[in-house]
Design a protein around this ligand. Structure first.
Ligand code: FRU
Length: 503
């Protein structure tokens, strides 16, 4: 497979990618100064992991991102700026904000000091401040390394009831919880996870957040019920099933106790990692939103692109939904996504649509990239055709989702990934069954029903998308609101990011 500027054709047009070179985790996500800030793990010098800085982009709507200068760089001792989080102390803690942090924002992140090889580091937690989100004063160490090799990714929040800050931190194969009254002096108050039933590997990128619980109607409960959810990621270089996990539990500011019966996967595909939620979203939005790196540590350094490497998932709105005794995580594209839809190509008919049968149970759509496909019902087949490269098939039966990339020539990438996976779909007793598939460059995301199944895979077909074939018992001739539809999505990323440099 060629590594040339040709790799622009896999570059998503409305998922975030760095302007050039390497990108991994989102970090420091915050809404501040009336805009969303997205920082990310970035090597500005090479299309490979290495000299890790915080890259930076800003947006008014979570989809149109403008690049900003590098935010936090490698320090004087060569310490890399690993993942961390940001908060605006005055906005969340009012008078309890530390006196010298009442203006602007604060980041807690891991400074990884080089020891030997490029991956051998001493990891400790540092604090950086910024008055505007663009220019950062980095570097003050707040938690030294206690002798744990993998000790990183602080996610910090404000616990209103106990009027203290908390930090959840990945420590090898478990999580540490610290509390603080001033964001500088931190006390270890809890360690957990070591006896949980999760795949083996290094734990990374935790988050601890309060999510709204939807009522029986599937919408957010009127009484404003929320529950705490802990998320974490397991880095495993050979196990394709390792990834993102969540646990629902009780959190009193100093300890976390699971209430869910087991650890559940967040996303059933291969390429959802290092998710982090946005801090400080305006209260009137009444939502939590997160975004993840669409990749897997096992092969993220062997992707077939060079001019840019790494993409984010869609920003996703999060909530919990009750199913029997369990609370399940629900993820759906952030609501702004739907405003980017052009006219549905099936419902309107028109030249882009060819109907293969008068009953309209099967239809095909030409010009297939940047699409949002919505198919009602609990069975369907959605086949993404990539000309001479073949197909990727998404099949939903009653109870199972299968994503099959084995029919698609993805060059060397086909040889390093698990090509076909079938997963069980949690049965929902409320709401309507629906399969939603988003294809945008190399990112393929599926959202089922009310978001209780999400599935993300990368695709690098050797030929561009040509057609979408949908087979569904639901009739396209039915009322538009329940007919299968294929929406073309408007590109939101800046110049140089679209195919052939278009926007
Ligand atoms: C996750 C991760 C984090 C670390 C960062 C370094 O992908 O390994 O644990 O902070 O990447 O870039």
């Amino acid at each position: 497979m060629k590594h040339t500027a040709d790799d622009q054709r896999w570059r998503p047009r409305s998922h975030f990618t760095a302007p050039q070179n390497w990108m991994n985790d989102p970090c420091g996500l915050i809404y501040f100064g009336n805009r969303y800030h997205l920082y990310y793990q970035h090597n500005p010098h090479k299309p490979d992991w290495g000299s890790i800085h915080w890259g930076h982009a800003v947006s008014d709507d979570l989809f149109s991102w403008k690049d900003a200068p590098l935010a936090i760089g490698v320090d004087d001792e060569g310490g890399l700026a690993f993942t961390g989080s940001a908060m605006e102390p005055a906005a969340v803690a009012g008078d309890y904000a530390p006196a010298d942090m009442r203006d602007g924002i604060v980041a807690l992140y891991t400074c990884a000091l080089p020891v030997g090889s490029d991956q051998d580091t001493t990891q400790r937690q540092c604090l950086a401040t910024s008055s505007d989100g663009y220019v950062w004063e980095p570097g003050e160490m707040v938690i030294d390394n206690p002798g744990i090799r993998d000790f990183r990714d602080p996610k910090v929040g404000w616990h209103a009831e106990s009027r203290s800050w908390f930090m959840v931190l990945a420590a090898q194969d478990r999580l540490h919880l610290y509390t603080s009254f001033d964001l500088r002096a931190w006390n270890l108050t809890d360690t957990f996870g070591q006896d949980w039933d999760a795949p083996e590997g290094i734990w990374e990128c935790p988050d601890l957040l309060q999510l709204p619980v939807a009522g029986d109607d599937g919408r957010t409960d009127e009484d404003g019920r929320t529950e705490w959810v802990l998320t974490f990621h397991v880095e495993h270089f050979s196990d394709p099933s390792a990834g993102a996990y969540y646990v629902v539990g009780r959190f009193d500011g100093t300890s976390f106790v699971p209430t869910s019966s087991r650890v559940r996967p967040v996303d059933r595909g291969h390429d959802f990692y290092a998710a982090q939620s946005w801090a400080n979203l305006p209260a009137e939005q009444q939502r939590q939103v997160w975004i993840a790196w669409a990749s897997h540590p096992a092969y993220s350094r062997r992707l077939p692109t060079r001019s840019w490497v790494g993409a984010m998932t869609l920003p996703r709105e999060l909530r919990l939904v009750q199913e029997g005794e369990s609370l399940l995580l629900s993820q759906l594209p952030a609501r702004e996504w739907e405003t980017l839809r052009a006219e549905p190509r099936v419902a309107t008919g028109g030249t882009a649509v060819e109907r293969a049968a008068t009953t309209a149970t099967t239809f095909t759509v030409a010009d297939a990239d940047a699409s949002d496909i919505v198919v009602p019902g609990n069975t369907c087949e959605i086949v993404l055709e990539f000309g001479t490269a073949g197909t990727v098939a998404i099949t939903r039966t009653d109870g199972q989702l299968t994503v099959d990339r084995s029919g698609c020539d993805m060059g060397a990438f086909s040889t390093i990934v698990e090509l076909r996976r079938a997963v069980d779909i949690p049965r929902r007793s409320v709401g309507e069954a629906r399969t939603r598939v988003v294809l945008d460059g190399c990112v393929l995301e599926c959202f089922l029903d009310d978001g209780t199944t999400a599935y993300t895979d990368l695709v690098f077909p050797t030929a561009p998308p040509s057609r979408i074939r949908v087979t569904s018992p639901a009739s396209a001739a039915a009322v538009p609101s329940v007919a299968p539809a294929v929406y073309r999505m408007r590109a939101t990323m800046g110049a140089g990011r679209g195919p052939n440099g278009s926007t």
